[in-house]
Design a protein around this ligand. Structure first.
Ligand code: SF4
Length: 224
């Protein structure tokens, strides 16, 4: 493992990478006007909560692991250090394993070591792998593989056949995320430039404001 223990400031994450892919302005506003965003409604909060429940159920597929979770956004460095420590202590199942590479942070739901090789599993509460799951996974692979070699990367989602919570299917997405690695590197460089700017990029509102999810800065953009 070549992860340094003196960690840099964390500038991008899975969420903010997704925001940048949706709209440079959303990324900039999130980082610079966080308190002006619209808060999620009850329905959205319920979906987040359901997703967390599914994630906890999926851990039962790999019982007995150690949890490297951060206790909040101010503790992400601690989560990375926990992960480094657990790997060095030869733990073979780590929940919420966290990594960073040059200030890009990501956590992974379940990291498993089998026969000396590392396997990554990300849990989604959908019935299938969606396109934005692939860009999430491509970023996670980009960051994690700078610290440890990954033999495979799978999305665990609800099984379409059973359609019940707790009935999961694991789908390997490695063949889809490997060809995206150069693209991810280019996007990270692009998003760093956006974040280095002193003013928000000018972007007209459009269909992109709702894909893959509704942006939480709609009101600010309507006022401009
Ligand atoms: S409302 Fe639309 S244009 Fe404005 S920041 Fe969000 S995605 Fe970008």
């Amino acid at each position: 493992m070549n992860q340094a223990t003196d960690l840099p400031a964390l500038k991008l994450s899975k969420s903010t990478f997704l925001y940048g892919c949706q709209c440079h302005r959303r990324l900039w506003l999130y980082k610079n006007c966080y308190n002006e965003r619209e808060l999620p409604d009850k329905e959205t909060l319920a979906k987040f909560s359901a997703g967390t429940d599914i994630g906890m159920q999926a851990r039962l597929l790999f019982p007995g692991g150690v949890d490297a979770s951060a206790q909040g956004p101010l503790f992400l460095h601690q989560s990375i250090k926990n992960t480094i420590q657990y790997i060095r202590q030869w733990h073979s199942i780590i929940y919420e394993a966290a990594f960073q590479y040059e200030g890009v942070y990501c956590a992974l739901d379940i990291l498993v070591k089998k026969k000396g090789k590392w396997y990554a599993f990300e849990v989604k509460s959908s019935l299938q792998v969606r396109e934005y799951h692939i860009s999430d996974a491509a970023l996670q692979y980009f960051v994690i593989s700078r610290s440890i070699p990954l033999e495979d990367f799978s999305i665990i989602h609800l099984s379409p056949e059973e359609n019940e919570q707790g009935k999961f299917t694991a789908t390997s997405v490695l063949p889809r995320i490997l060809p995206l690695q150069a693209f991810i590197g280019k996007k990270i460089a692009e998003f760093r430039e956006v974040l280095d700017s002193n003013s928000p990029p000018i972007v007209a509102k459009g269909d992109h404001c709702f894909k893959p999810f509704a942006c939480d800065f709609q009101k600010i953009c309507e006022q401009k």
